[in-house]
Ligand binder design. Structure first.
Ligand code: PGA
Length: 315
């Protein structure tokens, strides 16, 4: 794509981020990127949601006429957990579609994955809720990344708190699974989140930062761009207690700062989605936050009608 096409394509879309960095113009899975450089600078201009981009650039100080615009396309994911049926697979696969505003990924139980992928025929994506570390071998019950891809799965959830808790998955194991996922060419959703006790003790961000750093140490950070990070406070999962938009936004800003300390591009490009009792009523307030790039939806994804209303809440 040439720069003028990129500019045309951008003219109707609200920019989410402006930054000055280096020269690149390209389309990636997570959205349209325009990077325009006149000289090297290291900082980022403030967030400018909803501003028409040209006047904004004209207002920038001279030294900031180097900018980057990154639009992170929303990701709305349905985590069915241990629910669902063939009928449900067929219904969802027939109805759900990626849109200009959002990518859709459905995570049915693993045995339904092949059917979902074939029925959806790329109108929406699907993935697996967990992944084995090994690429093959004597590991009864495990599923390898290549097998997921072979049946049309593109995504994998890594480190969901239910697995961390119920299956006692450690941060190290989560890091290995993340590594296995990206090596298999799957797009990971890395889940991180604190317990209520940890939040009450004032440790929410420290806990999440630790989980994030350990997991990302197992891959090249750029490998997370195509996937997402899901901030899922454990106290909000399946409880009906959603984090307030402000609480979630604050944590997403903290998570993005950690990403930025590792890789500036990762901070701009990586979607940070929220999970924890998202429903059709609270979705739009959450999505209106600048750093909430979508949702990982559990309970409310089990009704097609509710899930489509959540998708529609993406601006
Ligand atoms: P919930 O689950 O929407 O039912 O809270 C979210 C999740 O566990 O991913």
């Amino acid at each position: 794509m040439v720069a003028s096409d990129a500019l045309d394509a951008l003219s109707n879309a609200p920019p989410l981020y402006w930054a000055y960095y280096e020269t690149k113009v390209y389309l990636s899975d997570s959205g349209l990127w325009l990077i325009w450089q006149q000289s090297a600078l290291s900082d980022r201009v403030p967030l400018a949601t909803g501003c028409p981009w040209q006047p904004l650039v004209q207002r920038l100080p001279l030294r900031a006429q180097i900018f980057r615009l990154a639009m992170r396309k929303a990701l709305i994911a349905a985590n069915w957990k241990c629910h669902g049926s063939l009928t449900m697979v067929d219904e969802y696969a027939a109805v759900l579609e990626h849109s200009q505003n959002a990518e859709i990924a459905v995570f049915p139980p693993a045995v339904f994955l092949a059917r979902y992928a074939s029925k959806a025929a790329n109108r929406s994506d699907c993935g697996i809720q967990d992944l084995g570390v090994a690429v093959s071998g004597a590991h009864t019950g495990e599923i390898a990344g290549d097998m997921v891809r072979a049946v049309g799965g593109r995504w994998v959830i890594v480190g969901h708190s239910e697995r961390r808790h119920d299956q006692m998955e450690s941060d190290d194991l989560v890091a290995k699974k993340l590594n296995a996922a990206v090596n298999a060419g799957l797009r990971p959703i890395l889940c991180i989140g604190e317990t209520e006790q940890q939040r009450d003790a004032g440790n929410a961000l420290a806990v999440v930062e630790h989980q994030l750093r350990v997991a990302l140490a197992g891959i090249n950070v750029s490998q997370i761009y195509a996937g997402a990070i899901a901030y899922e406070p454990i106290w909000a999962i399946g409880t009906g207690r959603t984090a307030t938009p402000r609480q979630a936004q604050d944590m997403h800003v903290g998570i993005r700062a950690v990403l930025r300390s590792l890789d500036v591009d990762a901070a701009l490009a990586t979607r940070i989605i929220y999970g924890g009792s998202v429903n059709a009523e609270n979705a739009s307030a959450l999505f209106s936050q600048a750093d909430i790039d979508g949702a990982l939806v559990g309970g409310a994804s089990l009704q097609l009608d509710t899930f489509t209303r959540i998708i529609a809440a993406v601006a």
